[in-house]
Design a protein around this ligand. Structure first.
Ligand code: GCW
Length: 842
């Protein structure tokens, strides 16, 4: 079936009887709630589904549940359910809470005992008719049940004799959005905010409602919409009514609004001369402010606090503790059942890097463990999953077992800040699962992180999951069409962390791209391998992400971690690499874990390979279990990783014609970019380590690029060579630029290979402060042209801007004169790095 827009294309395809059946055209806005037509066979399979829906009770959430069911069935089967107000005179799908159901049909066997938000899907006879009942303790549970039912159908699962109960693993299942009031998003990669614009809440909140629907469909019940680097203005009297509008857009979907607050607000906007949490005037200010909020937003969920961290003010100003700061706000919220999320991401970013005992990883435990038991019951300590900061691989934070008398939530990052910024494919559930399933050995029984944060291990009243998402206004929410698998996966794991990441990948693929077996198999396997692929060319053996930590957090920047106070040190020098965090010779960080875990990490032989350099400083010549030296492992993993990234492109290409053209093309574009950027990463990291260690690559690849012609070695007209900084982010450390006053430059060389078909890769620099134009000619023949107009996080040539243009199937003869012309624009000087020519495959 086709949508109107693509009917013409579909028609042509059908007429010509070309290729597989026409796929739907899509923007990605529907994400996993597409309800695409299921076709004849499925219609048969689900022909037993009732034609009527009966809703017992009425509330905005139940209304959403009904509307969603009607929408889903209509989308998948082209049928419109009849909406009946009273109990069935026919087979029906019945929606309602358990209490509504029991009072309408006394004697119904659907049993109680479900926690809030849990639901039951059951087929039962009501008034003599077989009915499909979706019931729960609360309205939100009913809505979740409807989403679950529709998901099953969309994935072709059997729903004929259902008896299934589902309940959430933990009460807290939130997202945080790092949106600023001016509409920008900190670490957002898909356009500006859906919430704010020019200092206010947007006039049109359509996307906010749509986002709430998506969140609700995966069981998310709270969303903090403003950046943790908080603007005190959100609490100003004239801002609160604007927040109330967002809460209204959330409400029909059972998503409760929260905001990030700045603890200095009583002083900055409240007119007090202090924000000391111990000052009664400050407590009174918070009490009144919170009361004002609840007058406007009765279901307000609570606040998120980042304090004494990365330059934010905090209780330390007055010699007070995080517990003092958290409790003063928590006491204002408690009468309204609101909560405070106090982030454990507190550390000194002016650490003395010369002191080998200093260690940022220690900070959260050192600061929060002594405060265990001092936080009120409506405070939740929000702990990033690892001790540093969302690196491509980290061990579980030791703070999870450092708080036994305090509520906890794990903070996971959906937005791919350090994992490729939605330009690289990186499916994160396998990474999150490693942490969630990691046994912290809190006692005699196993105590995986998921149980601790859910409050099960230490018998806490609340706790759970927070995902930092940062969706943007772009139609497909996160930029990369496949990145939404991370949001889906986050929600599914927050609901049920026992799910396998492969199951999640399969669910998401079926819902997002349909049930074609080849599509499911291919995307599922691409997702499954993508994290380790990304890791292998950006930060192997637990060294942390070797990115530019002082800038974009995107491209390579090995040295940016060192010799500064940020503490993201990997300590690579001439002889070796890694942080010694052992108790015997290092920072003592390992002792923050319970004994069995500490013991495992203390010893080199029992530390998992993937975390070796996180815990130990090793010489480059150290031989791993694999038989390879550390340095050879670094070289090999980068070459293997870049090859695996190229392979993702090939795997995706097998789906041409099996998924809609729009998403096919968008994913292909991003994967091709990734494959090119993986080579930038590979070369930068390998060359840096080769330079510093002096140890050659056993396979002779590093520093030797026989198919490469450096731009600085070409015949240049107008172009001038320059040094790229850091040098490893350009081939040979140099590139050429067409700087003013030049308006057009060219770089040319002669092809000396055999006659044949080739792939020509042109490595150029695409900055975001200009739109240079490039043209390629062979002899007099025009071959290709493009504009460097991508929005990469870069204003200068280097690892963030280095981009590959591939010209495939190019026929070349010996002696051919190849010329690249560049026309600069603005600050972007059409810079070129190199050209590489390989024989075409086959
Ligand atoms: O990783 C860092 C990010 C900051 C972020 C901070 C945090 C919102 O680079 O952009 O600030 O973490 O989590 O508070």
């Amino acid at each position: 079936m086709c949508r109107l827009r693509s009917i013409a294309v579909c028609g042509v395809l059908l007429l010509l009887a070309l290729g597989p059946k026409c796929a739907r055209a899509e923007t990605g806005a529907d994400a996993w709630l597409r309800y695409a037509p299921l076709g004849e066979q499925a219609a048969q399979k689900y022909s037993h589904l009732p034609a009527t829906v009966v809703v017992l009770g009425n509330s905005p959430v139940l209304e959403s549940a009904k509307a969603e069911l009607i929408r889903g069935i209509r989308g998948m089967f082209g049928k419109t359910l009849r909406d009946d107000k009273t109990l069935p005179r026919d087979h029906a799908i019945v929606l309602g809470t358990l209490s509504a159901l029991q009072s309408a049909t006394p004697g119904i066997s659907a049993s109680a005992g479900l926690p809030e938000d849990g639901f039951l899907l059951v087929t039962e006879r009501v008034h003599g008719f077989d009915c499909l009942i979706v019931t729960a303790t609360n309205d939100r549970g009913v809505l979740y049940g409807v989403f679950a039912l529709l998901s099953k159908i969309a994935r072709n699962e059997n729903v004929s004799a259902l008896h299934e109960t589902q309940q959430p693993y933990a009460p807290i299942r939130w997202t945080d959005e790092w949106d600023n009031l001016d509409g920008s998003i900190e670490r957002g990669y898909a356009g500006p905010s859906i919430f704010f614009e020019n200092g206010s809440v947007r006039a049109d909140l359509t996307r906010v409602g749509e986002y709430a629907r998506l969140l609700s469909s995966i069981g998310i019940n709270g969303c903090s919409i403003s950046n943790v680097n908080a603007n005190p203005r959100v609490l100003e009297d004239n801002f609160l009514p604007q927040l109330a509008r967002v809460a209204e857009a959330f409400r029909p979907w059972g998503v409760q609004l929260a905001i990030s607050v700045d603890v200095s607000s009583p002083k900055v906007i409240g007119g007090l001369d202090t924000f000391d949490p111990a000052d009664p005037r400050v407590a009174e200010w918070w009490r009144k402010k919170v009361e004002e909020i609840y007058r406007l937003i009765p279901d307000f969920a609570g606040v998120v606090v980042k304090a004494d961290s990365e330059g934010r003010l905090g209780p330390a100003t007055y010699g007070r503790t995080p517990a003092d700061a958290a409790n003063v706000i928590a006491r204002a919220l408690a009468p309204h059942r609101g909560v405070v999320f106090y982030r454990a991401f507190v550390y000194n970013h002016h650490l003395d890097w010369r002191d080998p005992k200093n260690d940022r990883a220690r900070a959260a435990y050192d600061i929060f463990h002594p405060l265990d038991g001092k936080f009120d019951d409506n405070v939740i300590i929000q702990i990033k999953h690892g001790p540093i900061d969302f690196q491509v691989r980290e061990p579980a934070s030791p703070l999870f077992t450092g708080l036994e008398k305090t509520n906890e939530a794990i903070e996971l990052q959906v937005t791919q800040e350090y994992t490729g910024q939605q330009r690289h494919l990186c499916f994160l559930p396998p990474m999150w699962k490693e942490t969630l399933d990691f046994d912290m050995h809190a006692g005699e029984n196993s105590s995986p992180v998921k149980d601790i944060v859910a409050g099960k291990t230490f018998h806490r009243p609340t706790g759970g999951f927070v995902g930092v998402v940062n969706v943007g206004i772009d139609a497909n929410w996160l930029g990369h069409p496949l990145a939404m698998a991370n949001l889906y996966g986050y929600g599914r794991l927050a609901w049920n962390p026992d799910l396998e990441s492969k199951t999640i990948a399969e669910e998401w693929t079926r819902l997002t791209f349909g049930n074609d077996a080849a599509v499911v198999r291919t995307i599922k396997s691409m997702l499954a391998s993508s994290w380790t692929v990304y890791e292998s060319y950006t930060g192997p053996l637990g060294a942390g992400t070797l990115t530019d930590i002082l800038g974009s957090h995107f491209g390579p920047g090995v040295e940016s971690s060192e010799r500064n106070g940020w503490g993201q040190w990997h300590r690579a020098d001439h002889d070796g690499i890694g942080m010694d965090r052992t108790a015997s010779t290092g920072t003592g960080y390992v002792d923050q874990y319970r004994a069995p875990v500490a013991k495992m990490y203390e010893s080199l032989s029992t530390t998992p390979k993937d975390l070796l350099l996180f815990f130990h400083h090793l010489p480059y010549t150290y031989v791993l279990h694999s038989g390879k030296t550390v340095i050879q492992h670094i070289y090999d993993s980068h070459y293997d990783g870049a090859e695996a990234a190229a392979n993702l492109v090939q795997r995706w290409k097998t789906l041409k014609g099996r998924v809609d053209q729009e998403r096919y093309a968008e994913v292909l574009k991003r994967l091709e970019y990734q494959a090119g950027h993986a080579i930038v990463w590979r070369d930068a990291i390998c060359n840096w380590f080769f330079q510093i260690s002096g140890v050659p690559d056993r396979l002779g690849r590093v520093g030797h690029y026989p198919d490469r012609v450096e731009a600085e070695a070409m015949q240049l007209l107008g172009y001038l060579p320059f040094d790229v900084v850091p040098r490893e982010t350009a081939s040979g450390g140099k590139a050429v630029e067409c700087a003013p006053p030049a308006q057009k430059c060219s770089a040319a060389f002669q092809f000396n290979g055999a006659a044949g078909r080739y792939e020509m890769d042109i490595e150029y620099f695409d900055q975001n402060n200009g739109k240079s134009k490039f043209r390629v000619l062979v002899g007099d023949q025009f071959i290709d042209e493009w504009i460097a107009d991508d929005h990469l996080p870069a204003t200068k040539p280097g690892g963030d801007s280095s981009t590959r243009r591939r010209i495939a199937g190019l026929a070349l003869r010996p002696g051919d004169h190849i010329r690249i012309e560049g026309v600069p624009d603005g600050e972007e000087h059409a810079a070129l790095d190199y050209v590489e020519i390989h024989p075409s495959p086959n």
